[in-house]
Design a protein around this ligand. Structure first.
Ligand code: CA
Length: 229
């Protein structure tokens, strides 16, 4: 099966170089130029492996590792110019699987990717990595299925995207404009009224008591926060 690799890197030259070389080896490639897009693509594109730069324009790569590790054990290889031992340790402690320092040879990177593929094939990388579970809510990202207790609930594609975005950012406040930008692709002009409509519909499907939500909490005037425990 073709493996899908998500490259999160802001340097166009490196992205183009890696994309060409990896496509030539038969991998399917998605790339993000900043951390927010990287997290969104991780949620919506279901890659098999992530190649991650640590120095991104909008956030530190370690922040991405933390967010991804909250929901998934997908292999993450750091591809970074930072050579200091402490950065390497910080990234590995946060849950990165491996580390390649720039400048690197493509042969070296390919060898590291093959190690990760073998891990996936042996299912040494945790078998339940696509399933998020909290209290009575279960979300299977890969199968696009959501369960409340053991009953499947049907979400529209937008509701599902919204839910994955909230889960990926859980514990943190996510603003109306971030939601509209990441779910609908709009900028600052995002319509918070339509977000409220979608959110209300999502809540009716996953919350047992919508007047006292267990998962999707409202931050008045700002946005929403997904419960982190
Ligand atoms: Ca960079």
């Amino acid at each position: 099966m073709t493996k899908k690799i998500l490259i999160i890197e802001d340097d166009n030259k490196i992205v183009n170089f890696m994309t060409m070389a990896l496509k030539a080896k038969g991998y399917s490639i998605i790339s993000a130029r900043n951390g927010n897009d990287g997290i969104l693509y991780f949620c919506t594109e279901m890659p098999d492996i992530i190649l991650l730069d640590l120095g991104l324009p909008d956030m530190d790569g370690v922040n991405i590792i933390n967010q991804v590790r909250d929901v998934s054990q997908i292999p993450i290889i750091i591809v970074s110019a930072r050579e200091q031992e402490s950065d390497k340790i910080l990234a590995l402690d946060a849950g990165a699987n491996d580390y390649v320092t720039k400048p690197f040879s493509m042969g070296e990177l390919l060898a590291r990717i093959r190690v990760m593929e073998r891990l996936i094939e042996r299912e040494v990388v945790y078998p339940h990595d696509n399933v998020f579970k909290l209290d009575y809510l279960t979300v299977d990202r890969e199968k696009h299925r959501v369960y409340v207790d053991d009953n499947e609930v049907h979400l529209t594609p937008i509701e599902f995207k919204l839910l994955l975005l909230l889960i990926a950012n859980r514990g943190k406040v996510i603003t109306h404009s971030q939601i509209s930008k990441e779910v609908w692709g709009y900028g600052e002009t995002g319509d918070s009224k339509s977000i409220r409509v979608f959110m209300a519909s999502l809540r009716r499907k996953i919350e047992k008591d919508t007047s006292n939500p267990r998962f999707i909490l409202t931050e008045i005037g700002v946005g929403y926060r997904f419960a982190d425990e």
